[in-house]
Design a protein around this ligand. Structure first.
Ligand SMILES: Cc1ncc(COP(=O)(O)O)c(C=O)c1O
Length: 467
């Protein structure tokens, strides 16, 4: 066929800007080479991925095979050629809600861990937490009206990327203090958005191990947030990848929003951090009722199921059964809690966090007037702040850290939504996100590499600060 010159046009579509984390990932190979050419070792304090030491799937795969065999045996099949039901289901189209047994098991374990009762019918499988974010945005975009999403300044880059896909949506962000979003600002932003003629469906946040802010909200602030949202009739969307990556003692773990008020919250669970990111298992949970056109009150869950059935339509049943294996012990009894599963991962993250906190303290703790950093109670990150006005953590600063010191960190400025940067053009330009979740080595070598990375960071910061 001859190639004709056809001009296709989509004049309504704008090109989205690329987030700084993606830009970093793209430029990293070149910068690494630059560092390597200078004989520098690369120190990872940037990547937000789960550590390879806790995501080796081999033990899990053996357990999963044994669990599947057990499921087949439970069916009492006598002939080797009979196809077990779980296997048939695993490779068939399933319901939009996925297998009921998996939701029942997850509801029992997760509900017990967070001191609440979950109704398995209200659990909706999602493609990770990202799938939950996308589903919610897609549902509210359906209205066609101008929307305002309330979120924190700074906030999760994946949320901004999804929210900005729609021209009808704008982010109204809320600055935070050490306990969470500033309550007065939360009120102000809901009101400003409404005064601008926008519908405000929800406030999106990451209350435990905030990515990227590197801390968890206080119990008091959680209560205050709920009071404000109740008053204004706005949902809280609680993205919860790090609830189990917690460094707090058992009695000090704050309850998530869905345990406090399941009718005002949408909870996004993901299997990515407690299990594995690859299978893309997640669950959305909400008991909210919402008034829609014609003043009828419907369950938000029903609206989301319709949305999901027009979106992914069917989740991957094999991935969900695999997750079910994680909810069963070696004797195939349902586990009572996911905390022991988390503990295997926590060992690594706790050590890394300790090394980072201790290293920063030893390397830079003498100058509290020049530097400060958050003490993460959960998650993968701490935010490091330069208190001296002479330092700007822009792209040039980051490039210098990689190419001249071999240190990879992420600048914070890009995590502030556009409205926050308009309010304060310098916002985030004195901060870095340091992650303690990822390195290329295991065990003793990981500990050594990580210690070296923190020491190298401190040495670079002292040099840059003229100390
Ligand atoms: C706050 C937050 N939400 C969502 C995600 C993505 O999670 P998932 O793999 O479940 O899509 C991440 C991953 O880093 C995250 O930090």
């Amino acid at each position: 066929m001859s190639a004709k010159n056809i001009s296709l046009s989509a004049p309504q579509i704008t090109l989205q800007s690329v987030s700084v984390t993606r830009k970093m990932a793209a430029s990293l190979p070149g910068l690494r080479q630059l560092a390597a050419d200078k004989g520098l070792k690369i120190h990872h304090l940037g990547a937000g991925y789960p550590h390879p030491e806790v995501t080796d799937p081999r033990t899990f795969l053996t357990h999963k095979d044994r669990y599947y065999q057990y499921l087949a045996e439970q069916e009492g099949l006598n002939n080797a050629e009979d196809l077990p039901e779980y296997l048939r289901e695993s490779y068939s189209y399933t319901d939009t809600l996925g297998p009921l047994s998996v939701r029942q098991n997850f509801a029992a374990v997760y509900g017990a861990d967070w001191k609440t009762t979950l109704n398995p019918d209200f659990l909706l499988p999602t493609v990770g937490a990202s799938g939950g974010i996308s589903l919610l945005c897609s549902l509210f975009e359906r209205s066609g009206v101008p929307l305002a999403y309330i979120t924190d300044a700074p906030t999760y880059a994946g949320f901004v990327a999804r929210a900005e896909l729609s021209n009808q949506s704008t982010i109204f962000s809320v600055e935070m203090d050490k306990e969470g979003p500033v309550i007065e600002k939360l009120r102000e932003q809901i009101e400003s958005a409404r005064n601008a003629g926008r519908y405000v469906p929800f406030y999106y946040t990451v209350p435990d191990g905030h990515n990227p802010a590197g801390f968890s909200f206080s119990i008091k602030r959680r209560q205050q947030i709920l009071e404000v949202l109740q008053e204004y009739g706005v949902l809280v969307v609680e993205d919860a990848p790090y609830v189990y990556i917690s460094y707090a003692s058992k009695n000090d773990r704050p309850l998530p929003f869905f345990s406090m008020d399941s009718r005002l919250s949408v909870h996004l669970f993901t299997g990515s951090k407690i299990g594995f990111p690859g299978p893309r298992v997640g669950f959305l949970y909400t008991e909210a009722e919402i008034q829609i056109k014609g003043e009828i009150s419907v369950s938000l869950r029903d609206l989301l199921v319709t949305e999901a059935s027009a979106d992914i339509l069917f989740h991957n049943p094999e991935a969900l059964y695999g997750f079910d294996a994680l909810l069963h012990d070696s004797n195939f009894q349902r586990i009572e809690s996911l905390w022991p599963v988390a503990e295997a991962k926590l060992k690594v993250y706790r050590e890394n966090r300790e090394i980072m906190m201790q290293g920063l303290d030893e390397g830079l703790g003498k100058w509290p007037e020049l530097f400060q950093w958050t003490q993460p109670q959960a998650g993968f990150f701490t935010v490091f702040e330069f208190l001296s006005p002479n330092i700007t953590t822009d792209d040039d600063f980051i490039t210098d850290l990689v190419s001249n010191h071999g240190i990879v960190v992420i600048p914070m400025y890009d995590f502030y939504p556009a409205d926050a940067r308009l309010r304060d053009p310098d916002i985030g330009l004195n901060e870095l996100r340091l992650s303690f979740c990822f390195s290329e080595s295991h065990g003793e070598e990981r500990r050594r590499d990580f210690k070296e990375a923190v020491e190298a960071f401190c040495a670079a910061v002292r040099l840059i600060s003229g100390l």
